[in-house]
Design a protein around this ligand. Sequence first.
Ligand code: DC
Length: 217
Amino acid sequence: MIVAIDGPAGAGKSSVSRQLADRLGFQFLDTGAMYRAVALAALERGLGDGDEGRIASMTNTLTLDFSGNRVLLDGRDVTGDIRTSRVSAAVYLAADNPAVRERMVKMQRQIAGTRDTVTEGRDQGTVAFPHAECKIFLTATPEERARRRHAELKSRGEEISLAEVLAQNAARDLRDSTRSVGRLVKAEEAVEVYTDGLTTEQVIDRLEEIVRESRKA
Ligand code: DC
């Protein structure tokens, strides 16, 4: 079974999706981490705007490993490095690149083909897994999303203001919802869940209920 969870940055998708997968005994696929790892690799090679072709061919040479809770890029643990705001600001270099997206979607289908999966991203219910048995669109107001991301970055020691995070999220939302391929859009049949004012536990309970309902259907 595939549970596809999409939604904007900072809606709390990663942590609730991971815990939902644990509860269900499914594997968890964080597809944002894939784009982040490619963006990090591009930055490390000094690639940027105008290097679309080079970033696409570089992607074909990378070894990405998402098993367990760690992200390995060419065998190196980059789990922490891919979460910095420097990588967040550059992730469009990977996410806006159609050839990169094609490779990532192929990889996502290969990974999900092996086991029951909770997969999380922007285009999981629309592009990667249009036939997923369960689709969820997880969101929250921009203020709530910025507050969460800000707390997360602060806890990792990044010096950044709430206003900066709000602006970064707004820029990323705009890019995510207007890119030519794999844009963030709610799949028609996805169940929309607003997480404002809910605890992580409450959100996971609600998602588990949605998964159980769709299993019965
Ligand atoms: O969920 P996240 O913040 O880790 O995602 C990082 C970026 O990757 C985000 O700006 C959008 C992009 N992304 C995407 O385009 N498609 C996905 N399936 C997942 C993430």
